[in-house]
Write a protein that binds this ligand. Sequence first.
Ligand code: C5P
Length: 251
Amino acid sequence: MRALRRWCVATSFSAESAERIIVALDGMAPDQALAFSAQVEGLRWVKVGLELFVQAGPDVVAQLREQGLRVFLDLKFHDIPATMAGACRRAAALGAELITVHACAGSEALQAAQTAAVEGAQSTGQRVPTLLAVTVLTSWEEQRLQRELAISQGIAERVPGLAQLSASAGIGGCVCSPLEVTALRAQHPEPFALVTPGIRPKGAAVGDQARVMGPAEAMAAGASKLVIGRPITQAENSSGAFATCCAALMV
Ligand code: C5P
């Protein structure tokens, strides 16, 4: 077992900027994910999503933590209150420090999830995680929400509404698109966390991300942390791409 990992070998970015960037280990097999995260210099945070977790199970969280990394467990829990609570308790006991839940689960489930996450961490000596509520998935469009789910509220109203529901239930932050950060930050000052995907450094391929922003702009708009996947994971030199993203933050 390796103790807390090496610190920023590259000198061109600060430890604080590395704390702000979460690299999404999407599309990787477990061995690949572990090998990748071990070789990116200065990496602090990784995001484990459904695909990797379903394949590798809780062990992958433990193995990443043994590398000295902090883990964002992005499993987007959405269920009845007792099940949400049980899942969040277990996730917190694994040592995940950011955990996603769906705001649409409702206030009772969100409160139960929050309480259980605190208990799960405290009873196992882990840091208390921050739960992050997902408001509206970026794959939804307004017309389809109306047509398929009879939701007539526009996304611009729905996102702040669900963020408010989550904050009132004691949830510590939201996942949001970079274009929603300014409005949500005005409504929810720090330490409410705003974690945003859809980040593209200058020159990176946009891919399937519809609404993107550069790393510095997203931070300036009020984001707490940025989730960046393919611009780093699929770069020829991932350490270099990570360092470039960190350096762009200038913190
Ligand atoms: O696009 P990138 O590889 O940087 O994706 C990072 C994260 O952004 C993914 O793990 C996923 O959670 C999220 N994503 C999104 N909307 C998309 C594509 C990805 O929010 N259209």
